[in-house]
Ligand binder design. Structure first.
Ligand code: SF4
Ligand code: SF4
Length: 395
């Protein structure tokens, strides 16, 4: 029988493992993990991406001012990146692209942004959430801050019991299931086109702006509650409610890139599990297959033993360098967006004059809110009505 004697110096971060067995006289020493952590770089990438989103928001504010002043003030430039905030419209456009082979001209940038996120999630797991998503970034900052306080107060992290955690985690899949059913199973190809070309879809970005700018008391209470819940329960929105995260989690199941633990050199120190913001028991599995793994690499950074916790892919047998994973995520995302820009499928085909008319009627534009509305939309599209969203939708 072999005895394992482990010591860890928290100041020098040195590990020593002594294996003793009857037939074994030599002592083995653990090889320290010398690879530099990547969390600092991940933070920089998240910050840059959040700043880009803020910049898009400022430019879009100027565009809305232009519409509100009937073209007198503000800027006539509408940033196409705003379509990244129209995920439902983008999902419809991507579906339309797969059935027709055409990129619908209403929100083409949204198609490339969603495709980039899907491809990145397939190649590198649910990495969009921890490297690029501004909501994920905010959620992480709130989670880190509150966790520091909890650790001081209670000497441990706060996590919901499994009995609550598992059913709550299924909520985001229910929301995703609803959208998938509504888009892929309820709508006909004709009504999909009909909706994408509707005035509502064309002005969806401006509608979204007013949703936040003129936020109702109810919506404000919901958003404030989500924020407060995120303070008490780490990543509340991402873990339990975000349908985007649910979609990426499903895609990540099929990703060839996974975190792998080498059991022969693992000293069961549990540091990887303690570092995981998604509460995954990394120290208990050989391969991390959880839909909650966001490829943040915190566990890999925390592992003190060399070549014990690695990112591996089925395509290349060798372990992937952490830095190359970060570069790969950003590079792949930029590459697909670049294809959209260079192929002329980035800016939409809606003229300023049409936007000004749409803005005048913005309060009259609505979208389907029930399966009954979708059935009406299907019927209207079959009849070839000129604009069904105003007739079938709710304001
Ligand atoms: S398992 Fe590792 S990479 Fe995945 S979420 Fe947890 S810490 Fe991040
Ligand atoms: S894989 Fe986890 S438990 Fe094993 S040595 Fe690394 S940090 Fe410790």
């Amino acid at each position: 029988m072999t005895n394992r004697i482990e010591t860890y110096n928290f100041i020098t971060r040195n590990y020593h493992l002594i294996l003793e067995s009857p037939g074994m006289t030599e002592k083995s020493k653990i090889i320290k993990n010398q690879e530099k952590p990547v969390q600092k770089y991940r933070f920089i990438v998240q910050s840059i991406f959040a700043l880009v989103c803020i910049w898009i928001g400022i430019e879009f504010y100027s565009f809305v001012s232009y519409l509100e002043s009937s073209g007198v003030s503000g800027s006539a430039y509408r940033p196409p990146g705003v379509e990244g905030f129209l995920p439902i419209s983008a999902l419809m456009s991507v579906y339309n692209f797969f059935i027709t082979g055409d990129i619908h001209p209403a929100h083409p940038a949204g198609v490339f942004i969603l495709l980039a996120i899907i491809v990145v999630s397939f190649v590198f797991g649910k990495s969009f959430c921890s490297w690029l998503c501004p909501v994920g970034f905010l959620s992480e900052l709130v989670g880190d801050f509150s966790e520091k306080i909890y650790k001081k107060l209670f000497k441990r992290r706060i996590k919901l019991p499994k009995l609550l955690d598992y059913p709550l985690r299924s909520l985001k899949y229910l929301l995703l299931g609803f959208f998938i059913y509504a888009i892929f199973f309820s709508m006909t190809a004709a009504s999909l086109q009909f909706f994408l070309s509707s005035s509502y879809n064309k002005a969806a970005d401006v509608k979204m702006w007013y949703f936040f700018a003129d936020i109702s008391r109810f919506s404000l209470i919901v958003i404030a509650s989500l924020f407060v819940l995120s303070i008490f329960i780490r990543g509340f929105w991402c873990r339990y409610l975000c349908p985007y995260g649910a979609l990426l989690g499903l895609i990540s199941f099929f990703s060839p890139t996974k975190i792998k633990r080498e059991t022969s050199s693992c000293i069961d120190c549990n540091l990887c599990a303690k570092a995981c913001p998604s509460f995954i028991k990394v120290d208990k599995v050989i391969t991390v297959r959880s839909d909650e793994c966001t490829m943040c690499l915190s566990c890999v950074d925390a592992c003190p033993v060399a070549d014990t916790l690695n990112v591996k892919t089925k395509i290349v047998e060798k372990k992937l360098s952490k830095r190359y994973i970060g570069l790969g995520i950003i590079g792949l995302y930029i590459l697909i967006i670049g294809i959209g820009i260079l192929s002329g499928n980035w800016k939409n085909n809606i003229s300023k004059e049409e936007y000004l008319i749409l803005h005048k009627n913005i309060d009259k534009l609505g979208h389907p809110t029930s399966t009954q509305d979708i059935r009406e939309l299907n019927r209207a599209s079959e009849k070839g009505a000129s604009n069904g969203s105003e007739k079938t939708g709710k304001k």
